[in-house]
Design a binder for this molecule. Structure first.
Ligand code: CMP
Length: 137
């Protein structure tokens, strides 16, 4: 089905000037960019975005990192873009992110892993609304 997802180049990816490459990968795949903005995430927004991880030992580190510099937040649309987008991102665990994927090509760590993408329809709806408002759904 045609769906929308939320993708975000994290501060390490923006700093390393990977935004253009990442946008290019999704465009060449055939997905459509619907919304995009360069922004710095507030601590409040970071805590909302990562609410499901609030009890994890690395939560503080996660919030510190995602607020440490500008991110490039995006909404993309296309056929099965939620699950296909996650395939293109590669696994969170650097031992499992295959070469050819974004994380497989650009990251060696679980925390500084260049990109975030919604992991389900429900989280896509929630994250799109959080960053771009209900109008973007
Ligand atoms: P993301 O897809 O943005 O959503 C949750 C994030 O938690 C995940 O990417 C990882 O970058 C991060 N994460 C997962 N495990 C750890 C960990 N052990 N230490 C630090 N960050 C982690």
């Amino acid at each position: 089905a045609i769906e929308k997802t939320f993708l975000m180049v994290k501060p390490d990816g923006v700093e390393r000037q990977l935004v253009g490459d990442i946008v290019d990968r999704f465009e060449r795949k055939g997905f459509t960019l619907c919304e995009a903005k360069l922004m710095t995430i507030t601590e409040d927004l970071a805590k909302q975005h990562y609410a499901e991880h609030s009890e994890r030992p690395f939560f503080g580190e996660l919030v510190d990192f995602i607020t440490s510099g500008p991110v490039f937040a995006m909404v993309w649309e296309g056929e099965n873009v939620i699950s296909v987008g996650r395939l293109m991102m590669g696994a969170t665990n650097p031992l499992e992110s295959a070469p050819g994927t974004i994380r497989g090509d650009y990251s060696t760590t679980v925390s500084h892993n260049v990109i975030h993408g919604s992991d389900s329809f429900a989280s896509a709806q929630r994250e799109i609304t959080l960053f771009f408002g209900e109008e973007a759904l």
